[in-house]
Design a protein around this ligand. Structure first.
Ligand code: HAM
Length: 426
């Protein structure tokens, strides 16, 4: 019978890859929590309106990429395409403003966008997302980018570049918008139908159009940086100054607007040239008016998200696998020995030692082959003789030597031994 396949663009994360995910997740938690972020988990399904109002009606995400559906009562819901709007919603709805400790949040989890799948671009993908509310100090903008750098360095990812820009505030946008609209109007015949249509309602979107022809046109477009009001210009100068002091290199990219409408002032992206067309590993920025627009208090916000699949592709290109191997394998000959090994394996695991044995009645040779395949460095071999003399050999499969393990205290002995000799971080 034909088997049922997964939905296009949605991946299984298999055991032989999970080590990468666990490493990325653990490092993210460690770094984010060190910088004062606390985990929040919001639902995967939200009301459609939440994203239409925050990301923007005329963005690609909302117009083309959402998994939106009516529920049984006809209310429009959607799988979340990102986490920012959900976290802002939760902050407002759960009145987190009254909790002095709740200012910095992070979440890890799947997001959904109906894009054309290719390397580094999927329909279910995962983000590490961080958001900070209530702080408009440019120090925080620099701190967030510094934190991103620390995180990538901790993972050992090199060769990525930080691009920054400022999108100004509502005040500086007005004259800029007019100038950009005039520019687009002149070239309307050369723009794709989406850009031609959006040039009137949301001209900024023309900057992140993926159509080559539009990209070429936009190279000469006016840049928001030339329109910044005094406050926004000062804010941007301060962000750059703090980045310099934190020795965090960046490049100013005056045409980077990001694909979501809620940004104001600082925006940034982490770019790589190692993933083909999908060159953004992560991105974010300020969204000072969003909380108010979503019906909450008028608090500023800033955050970013990193695409975990893209991060892991980069890691896999540059590092060896982090597959966990058992630290010790227990091989046995005979039923009595097998029973004893079974107990020992469970007790060792209970103490945190990654121990393995083979199930079923496998011969010694095939057990040794299995130990070798799993990459276990130490193998204990237990047979009738060993039971009778109350001691069994523990072989070091690399050094090719062995020590005797007293059976009466085998679990203590092995736990201590592995603790001393294991190369794994504990
Ligand atoms: P975004 O730029 O849309 O920003 O997504 C952030 C990252 O998610 C991208 O740089 C990319 O690595 C990853 N990503 C996006 N779409 C896909 C996809 N289809 N397949 C694989 N990876 C993908 C946001 O989502 C904002 N919420 C970030 C933010 C947080 N801004 C402020 N706070």
């Amino acid at each position: 019978m034909e088997y049922i396949q997964a939905v296009k663009g949605m991946n299984d994360i298999l055991p032989h890859d999970i080590g990468w995910w666990q490493k990325v997740e653990a490092t993210a938690r460690e770094v984010l929590e060190t910088f004062g972020y606390r985990e929040i988990r919001t639902p995967l399904v939200e009301k459609l309106e939440l994203f239409a109002r925050s990301i923007g009606e005329s963005t690609d995400i909302v117009e083309k990429e959402m998994y939106a559906f009516p529920d049984r009562k006809g209310r429009w819901l959607t799988l979340r395409p990102e986490a920012t709007a959900s976290i802002v919603r939760a902050f407002i709805e759960r009145n987190l403003q009254s909790d002095p400790l709740a200012r910095k949040f992070y979440t890890l989890g799947p997001m959904f966008r109906h894009e054309r799948p290719q390397k580094g671009r999927y329909r279910q993908f995962h983000q590490i997302d961080a958001e900070a509310f209530g702080i408009d100090d440019p120090m925080l903008d620099a701190e967030i980018m510094f934190m991103l750098r620390c995180f990538l360095e901790k993972l050992g990812i090199g060769g990525v570049k930080l691009h920054i820009n400022s999108l100004g505030c509502r005040e500086c946008r007005k004259p800029f918008r007019e100038s950009l609209q005039a520019f687009l109007e002149e070239r309307i015949a050369a723009l794709c139908p989406d850009c031609a249509r959006r040039s009137r309602v949301n001209p900024l979107r023309a900057f992140d159009c993926k159509v080559e022809q539009c990209r070429e046109q936009m190279e000469e477009a006016p840049a928001l940086l030339d329109f910044l009001c005094r406050d926004c210009a000062e804010h941007f100068e301060a962000v750059k100054r703090h980045l310099d002091r934190l020795e965090t290199p960046y490049r100013i990219d005056p045409r980077m607007v990001r694909g979501l409408d809620y940004y104001m002032r600082t925006t940034f992206e982490v770019i790589t040239d190692q993933l083909g067309a999908q060159n953004a590993v992560g991105g974010g920025g300020r969204y000072d008016g969003l909380m108010k627009d979503l019906g909450g208090p008028d608090l500023p916000g800033i955050g970013f998200a990193i695409g975990m699949e893209r991060l892991i592709l980069l890691l896999q290109q540059s590092q060896d696998g982090t597959l966990k191997t058992p630290e010790i394998f227990l091989a046995s000959v005979g039923d009595d020995a097998r029973d004893r090994c079974f107990l020992m394996v469970q007790r060792l695991r209970d103490r945190g030692v990654a121990a393995e044995m083979e199930y079923g009645n496998a011969g010694l040779k095939s057990q040794m082959r299995r130990a070798d395949k799993l990459g276990a460095r130490y193998v204990l071999i237990l047979g009738q003789d060993e039971i009778q003399r109350n001691a069994a050999p523990l072989r070091d499969m690399i050094e090719k030597n062995q020590v005797e393990v007293p059976l009466a205290t085998a679990v203590d002995f092995l736990t201590e031994f592995i603790r001393k000799h294991s190369t794994r971080n504990r």
